[in-house]
Design a binder for this molecule. Structure first.
Ligand SMILES: NC(=O)C1=CN([C@@H]2O[C@H](COP(=O)(O)OP(=O)(O)OC[C@H]3O[C@@H](n4cnc5c(N)ncnc54)[C@H](O)[C@@H]3O)[C@@H](O)[C@H]2O)C=CC1
Ligand SMILES: CC(C)CC(=O)C(=O)O
Ligand SMILES: [Mg+2]
Length: 381
């Protein structure tokens, strides 16, 4: 807001906040959920006096088909120049047999690396409206509210050497390397400690330090960084036990910090506590530059093109874009409340459906969220 002096009076001029958003629909259900989330994002923003310029670009399999690479330079350049990036999902059966590294998913890794978004926040909470949809018993699921802080630009997905070759017996092999430098662990640990401090003050670091040197080093660095956060209670757990404890008693966790691959796997597992992978959003953030916001799920080729996808994870990722990417907290809350209101009114896609609710498709639940964005204010839900 600018104050401009005139000769007769002080005039208040409200400046519209304007942002450039790169949209990367990707493959499979990606374009379906992005189309719905874009409308929700646009409406919530305009109600709050924000204007978006959307710039849609190719990535993943769609980019491979059109340009021969899964992340065209033009896409990365547009993403870097924008204020935030919203991505649908990447990959599909069509490209499964592609040779070596020519996979759509490589484009996603290149994008995360190119934007240097090393911190992936994956909140997992059981909404009161969806306790029935949880895979777990009501008393185990009710009230779960945890945050997985996943390291996103290091570890085995990026480590070198990697590739295909032959072993000493001349047999074919494939190999990857789990490698972490101290700075990579330190910076994600600090994000996790800060996150835990703002939540209930409990941080659990998940590793495989009984077997892997990279994990032993991970634990050593997390313990070193803990000295900067004496108010946060730090614990450690091996990943196999963590996978089991998440199902046995998820409420023992508040903030979990872990490496790239364990975070990928544990967050898919955690999604079933909330009812569906179609509910979980994520924010990927770096030290500076635009954040990348995407649902945690993939391109779901088994339901693509059938209007069956749950777009709520992408809509909630749009809310994270507003909150973490742009600092537009009111517009973010408007979207979160609209999702709750839509669920309160009984609308469900197939993945979160339970008897007595209204079964709708991707587009229709999107329309219902739009109605809620329009009618509900933070005070009215
Ligand atoms: N961030 C990304 O772009 C990711 C891409 N992938 C890619 O996606 C493709 C499919 O991978 P999958 O292992 O099958 O994982 P997936 O997450 O795409 O699907 C797993 C299961 O969850 C269901 N599902 C996923 N999202 C849903 C939604 N929004 N609403 C309702 N149901 C939903 C699917 O129908 C499927 O049965 C692969 O090419 C994979 O590499 C996988 C994970 C993340
Ligand atoms: C598709 C992969 C690159 C990653 C993945 O599964 C994820 O980030 O959840
Ligand atoms: Mg995954």
């Amino acid at each position: 807001m600018l104050m401009a002096a005139s000769s007769s009076s002080m005039q208040v001029i409200t400046t519209k906040r304007r942002y450039n958003i790169t949209l990367l629909p990707g493959d499979g259900i990606g374009p379906e959920v992005i189309s719905v989330a874009k409308n929700v994002l646009n409406l919530a923003a305009s109600v709050e006096g924000i204007e978006f310029k959307f710039n849609e670009k190719l990535t993943g399999g769609a980019a491979l088909d059109a340009t021969g690479v899964p992340l065209p330079e033009e896409t990365l350049a547009a993403a870097k120049q924008s204020d935030a990036v919203l991505l649908g999902a990447i990959g599909g059966y069509k490209w499964d047999k592609n040779e070596k590294h020519l996979k759509p998913e490589t484009g996603l890794l290149q994008l995360r690396e190119g934007l240097e978004v090393f911190a992936n926040l994956r909140p997992t909470s059981v909404l009161p409206q969806l306790v029935d949809a949880s895979t777990l018993k009501k008393e185990v699921a009710e009230g779960v509210n945890l945050m997985v802080v996943r390291e996103l630009t290091g570890g085995i997905y990026f480590g070198k050497p990697r590739g295909f070759g032959t072993n000493e017996n001349g047999e074919e092999i494939g190999f990857n390397t789990e490698v972490y430098a101290a700075y990579e662990i330190d910076r994600i640990a600090r994000i996790a400690f800060e996150t835990a401090r703002k939540r209930s003050g409990k941080l659990c670091s998940v590793d495989k330090a009984n077997v892997l040197e990279a994990s032993m080093f991970w634990r050593k660095r997390v313990i070193a960084i803990a000295e900067e956060y004496p108010d946060v209670e730090l614990s450690h757990m091996y990943v196999d036990n963590a996978a089991m404890q998440l199902i046995r008693n998820p409420k023992q966790f508040d903030t979990i910090v872990t490496n790239n691959i364990f975070g990928d796997i544990l967050s898919d597992e955690a999604s079933m506590i909330t009812g569906s992978i179609g509910m979980l959003p994520s924010a990927s953030l770096g030290a500076s530059g635009p954040g990348l916001f995407e649902p945690i799920h993939g391109s779901a080729p088994d339901i693509a093109g059938q209007d069956k996808a749950n777009p709520l994870a992408t809509i909630l990722s749009a809310a994270m874009l507003l909150k973490y990417g742009l600092g537009e907290v009111k517009a973010a809350e408007r979207i979160e409340l609209a999702v709750l209101d839509t669920l309160n009114r009984g609308f469900r896609t197939g993945d979160i459906y339970s008897a007595g609710n209204k079964l709708v498709g991707c587009k229709e639940i999107g329309e219902e969220v739009l109605k809620s964005v329009d009618t509900k204010t933070p005070a009215s839900v």
